[in-house]
Ligand binder design. Structure first.
Ligand code: SAH
Ligand code: SF4
Ligand code: F3S
Length: 441
């Protein structure tokens, strides 16, 4: 055998991309690769990219540029770009022109072709570019190289049909395609056999799972089936689109013991004008009522969200509506974003783009309001005993373990390393804005 082949993969963006990286690593492992985080010792460097905002795109250009010298010194080095960025035609053209030292470009719909594309580069020494416009049926049976022995992501659907007016995802990930329930169940069972305790179901809009399959099975039914898989102790899912949450799903959230008490329910904005122009398909009142209903059925649920500031035309009054919604709902935490215009999306051409300084001022205010709420909600947990899945040792202190509650809160507590991967009971002793501290009971 040749000297050991080492690959370094840098992943940007959402859990979909993280999960795709696991598949890419599974395929590469079959080709004899091992993995490193040290880019300098790798013979294959892959960037699994995200284009949802401008920032992650800029980072990729920066990091790939830095490899020019390495490629000149070592022509055998293979540099590749995959994921969402090259799915945009204009971006692809720019990449091809600017990043002349890149050997391989592929997209989100043809990951399974990676081994063949690599062979082509190795045999011809030429640049290989292959992007498919549409996904078609999900490809099943691909290997995955997972980092964790006790938790795993399980994709339930690919793509998105919603076309929120600011969002590039439907253009780069294609239309919704659900995986067959039997494939998902098979995967969950085999994960459980390998010792996986927690699964997180992934989709851009899991609430519309199954609609395209016409098997009479929806996301709530899928949860019931997965709840019965022995060995799986916790089930999470993301992301839920508010417009597609059914009453049936809310009841299952309350009823199914393995489904965790956490709902990530992106609201984006608190103003009806803005929500309408975003094409979100709901208004403020609907969202507030939905949250009431969820809390009525699952009183201790932890609620998290995504919020964007500076959408075109967002006035001070619109932004005040977002702040008041955040104060009314009291989310456990929120991902906050500054609107970033994306080529080819309708919002880019809307009038009244908000100036950068205004966007920044708004996001600071929003973060301040949310942080205060997050801390207050965490403080209320002091003294409680919570179930924690131990994920590893703390970054700051090796005698401290770190894990997640069912409500998706991070807890640090003293303990020995052999508890990693176990479910333990922890009493909360201290609350911070983004995490908790406790002791094993
Ligand atoms: N499918 C998920 C979201 C995927 S993108 C959902 O609908 O909830 C994750 C988050 O990125 C979005 O919720 C949104 O808040 C943010 N986002 C998407 N496009 C953006 C843009 N153009 N500028 C800023 N933030 C954006
Ligand atoms: Fe983007 Fe909207 Fe689809 Fe989420 S639901 S991926 S925000 S288009
Ligand atoms: Fe980014 Fe693609 Fe996810 S654009 S957010 S990595 S689907």
């Amino acid at each position: 055998m040749d000297r050991q082949l080492l690959a370094c993969i840098r992943t940007f963006g959402c859990q979909m991309n993280e999960r795709d990286t696991e598949t890419i690593q599974g395929l590469l492992a079959q080709e004899g690769y091992r993995f490193t985080t040290d880019i300098e010792e790798a013979q294959l460097i892959l960037f699994n990219t995200c284009c949802v905002r401008e920032n992650p795109e800029r980072k990729v250009y920066g990091q790939v540029e830095m490899l020019r010298g390495a490629k000149a010194d070592n022509p055998e080095l293979i540099i590749g770009i995959c994921g969402c960025m090259p799915q945009q035609k204009e971006e692809l053209t720019e990449m091809l022109e600017r990043l002349t030292h890149v050997d391989l470009i592929f997209g989100t719909h043809n990951i399974h072709r990676l081994p063949e594309l690599l062979h082509r580069i190795k045999t011809t020494g030429e640049r290989v570019v292959e992007i498919l416009d549409e996904s078609g049926e999900p490809v099943e049976g691909l290997p995955a190289h997972r980092e964790s022995d006790f938790k795993a992501w399980v994709t339930v659907m690919h793509g998105c049909n919603n076309f929120c007016s600011y969002c590039i995802v439907p253009y780069v990930r294609g239309r919704e395609h659900s995986r067959l329930p039997k494939e998902i169940l098979r995967e969950a069972k085999s994960l459980a056999d390998e010792g996986i305790k927690e699964i997180t179901l992934l989709g851009q809009n899991v609430n519309s799972y199954g609609q395209d399959l016409r098997l009479g099975m929806d996301f709530a039914d899928l949860l019931s089936e997965l709840n019965q898989v022995p060995g799986i102790e916790r089930i999470r899912f993301t992301t839920s689109h508010p417009k597609d949450i059914s009453d049936k799903l809310i009841l299952q959230l309350a009823r199914l013991e393995k489904v965790c008490e956490h709902l990530h329910l992106p609201v984006q904005a608190g103003s009806d004008h803005v929500l309408k122009r975003m094409n979100r398909g709901y208004n403020r009142e609907y969202y507030l009522q939905l949250v009431d209903k969820v809390r009525y059925h699952v009183p201790d649920i932890s609620l998290t969200t995504d919020i964007m500031v500076g959408f075109p035309g967002e006035t001070d009054a619109d932004f005040a509506d977002t702040l008041s919604l955040v104060e009314e709902i009291r989310y456990d935490s929120a991902f906050t974003f500054i609107y970033s215009p994306r080529k080819g999306t309708p919002a880019t051409k809307m009038p009244d783009q908000v100036p950068e300084e205004v966007k920044k001022e708004r996001i600071y205010q929003l973060i301040e309001v949310q942080n205060k709420i997050s801390l207050e909600l965490n403080q209320r947990l002091c003294g409680e005993e919570l179930e924690v899945l131990v994920e590893g040792t703390s970054k700051h202190d090796a005698h401290f373990l770190s894990g997640k509650t069912r409500t998706a809160k991070t807890v640090a507590f003293p303990g020995s390393q052999d508890l990693v991967g176990q479910l333990v009971s922890v009493r909360i002793t201290e609350a911070k804005t983004w995490s908790l501290v406790g002791e094993i009971v």
